[in-house]
Design a binder for this molecule. Structure first.
Ligand code: NI
Ligand code: MN
Length: 228
């Protein structure tokens, strides 16, 4: 079955496989680049990479409206259950995988912090390796470049979604180095152009990817979809 990947702006992504929808890091209502609102999505499950507001802001409201199960690092999952009455949560930790009806999701390392919006401890930040059928997608989420990305890429990635915004995460040059380590078929930029401090030239980044790696850069506009 075809797997589609939609960018909603900033770090919010949707994976669609038939009727199954995996929403990653929902931040829509206060996201200046989003083309939809939190009320417009109907995910089967939600993945939250860490506790920062630009990744978790709408997770509870969407989960409570739709009944979607939220997968997050243990501390974040507990916080959503206890502070926002989210009914269905699965607490995970780095290196662990959870089975989904369409495949599985593995929580992988990220070099970043994870404080929750109210100051609560949010455990560690994570990335996700999502397998849908035979399609493998790596969401680096908020992270610095690290050499173990080579091991994450060893599974054979159809797509890697990498931050390029700099300041809070990898910038364009490091994300090209990450692409060299990960060796995905397609690479998609994320976490940029939401606000002035993380403005980047995605066209220049794509040219660098073409020059230095074997991956195909896919630059989406918020609201656009690519079929993997
Ligand atoms: Ni963050
Ligand atoms: Mn962020």
């Amino acid at each position: 079955m075809a797997v589609e990947l939609t960018w909603y702006g900033h770090a919010t992504w949707l994976i669609t496989s038939g009727d199954y929808r995996i929403l990653v890091d929902p931040f829509l209502d206060d996201n200046p680049s989003a083309t939809i609102k939190a009320a417009d999505v109907d995910p089967s499950v939600i993945l939250v990479s860490h506790g920062h507001a630009d990744h978790i802001a709408d997770a509870a409201a969407i989960a409570n409206r739709t009944g979607a199960t939220v997968y997050a690092v243990y501390e974040v999952a507990n916080w959503l259950a206890e502070n926002h009455k989210v009914q269905n949560t699965v607490g995970m930790n780095i290196g662990g995988a959870a089975v989904l009806p369409v495949g599985k999701v593995k929580m992988v390392p990220a070099l970043h912090s994870s404080g929750l919006p109210d100051g609560s401890y949010g455990g560690v930040a994570a990335g996700f390796l999502v397998k849908v059928g035979d399609t493998k997608i790596y969401f680096a989420c908020d992270t610095a470049l690290f050499s173990d990305m080579q091991m994450i890429g060893a599974v054979g990635l159809d797509a890697a979604v990498l931050p390029i915004g700099d300041l809070f995460t990898m910038g364009p040059e490091d994300s090209v180095t990450a692409t060299e380590l990960l060796k995905p078929t397609k690479v998609l930029p994320t976490h940029y152009n939401t606000w002035p401090p993380i403005e980047q030239d995605a066209g220049a980044w794509a040219e660098l990817v073409r020059t230095k790696t074997s991956a195909e850069p896919v630059v989406l506009q918020p609201g656009e979809t690519v079929t993997l």
